[in-house]
Design a protein around this ligand. Structure first.
Ligand code: MG
Ligand code: ZN
Length: 227
């Protein structure tokens, strides 16, 4: 077998990428300042297509919306299916169509923040594009990042995408009701995550059975209370 691996100096757009990431980081800080000024906690969700980000966000909105002001930013490359589903909850929803862009960035999120009434909000959930590589490199200004992994993605998911986890505060292992059928060990996935980042919070959930949803809700509230 022949193995080829790109070296950092072989990547043509490295110069461009560096200034791009710097510009994004600056805008993310500005977003964070605006959010902090309004006492809003933004939490962004990263994970593959089909990992269950939208359903998980919808479940949390259902639980929280009567107690505190919640809004959702929904990133999607082409469709508005997910934003439409969440809008049924009657909370402010901003659909961010990236027009085939593979990640959200701080500029788009900043635009979204200027489009909605921030005064009565306490939390904004931001659903990133279903992609496991570059969203990790683009902070958005959120207080915590959640990675959603589903057991249907197979046993090696965590090992194959370490960067996603290193920059996150919470990992959700979702669809655990299917773990047996998929022959995937939830404990093994948890161990893989903790090997990468020992202090990260890992919560096993199923939006079908409701397993882990109380714990996840508590973890989100703890972020907003600065714990
Ligand atoms: Mg979705
Ligand atoms: Zn991308």
């Amino acid at each position: 077998m022949i193995t080829l691996e790109a070296q950092p100096d072989e990547i043509y757009d490295i110069e461009l990428e560096h200034s791009l990431l710097e510009a994004n980081a600056k805008l993310a800080k500005e977003n964070r300042t605006v959010l902090d000024q309004h006492g809003i906690t933004a939490i962004d969700f990263m994970g593959a297509i089909g990992s269950g980000k939208t359903t998980l966000i919808t479940k949390m909105v259902e639980r929280l919306k009567d107690r505190l002001g919640v809004a959702v930013f929904n990133g999607d490359a082409t469709t508005s299916n997910d934003a439409d589903a969440i809008a049924k909850q009657n909370v402010p929803v901003v659909q961010i169509a990236t027009i085939n862009g593979c990640h959200l960035d701080a500029n788009l999120v900043g635009k979204g923040l200027r489009k909605i009434e921030l005064e009565n909000l306490k939390m904004i959930f931001i659903e990133n594009i279903g992609n496991l590589i570059c969203p990790a490199e683009f902070p958005l200004g959120s207080k915590a990042r959640v990675v959603v992994v589903s057991v249907t993605e197979g046993p090696w998911m965590v090992r194959k995408h370490p960067h996603m986890f290193l920059g996150a505060e919470i990992v959700v292992i979702n669809k655990i009701d299917l773990a047996q059928a998929m022959d995937v060990s939830v404990d093994q996935l948890k161990n893989d995550v903790h090997k990468l980042k020992p202090d990260i919070k890992v919560i096993a959930t199923s939006t079908k059975t409701g397993a882990g949803l109380n714990e996840f809700e508590k973890a989100l509230l703890a972020v907003s209370h600065g714990k």
